[in-house]
Design a protein. Sequence first.
Length: 168
Amino acid sequence: MISGTDYNPYYGTYINLVIEKQLLPSLREGMTNTISFFSSLLADKHTYRYAEGKWTPKEVLLHLIDTERVFMYRAMQFARANDVVLEGFDQDVFVENSNASARGMNDLVAEYEAVRKATVAFISSCSEDTLARKGVASDHPLSVRAAAYICSGHEIHHIQVIKERYLG
């Protein structure tokens, strides 16, 4: 199980969206839902910004991809090594340097799917003891299990934002 000592309280928003679900089914369901959602977006919405400085849906999807890669790298480090301390990352700099607008939505969806399949494969390989292992990321404890739950809830959060602010 997961507890409040497994992650930075900031990520509670994401974890609370999925904590009642089993981890692997949540990741698989999220993959299906995320692929379906972004694949169904009309082309005129791919580069739409609801306000100046806000990310486009393409940038949001690449943000999901990048964040999942970062969190699964953290999870792998914590699963494989002892006393790991990792720095944070600046999501805005990542998005700024992502070149998402120059890529096709189908290409981004395919990359997302590949990353999520890798996440599912990695988490599937972890024992209960491994899922409970912790390290420190961005000056806060983080367990392998919490990192995966964060990825699962993170995509739900961003899809809700797109539905409310970009499509509503």
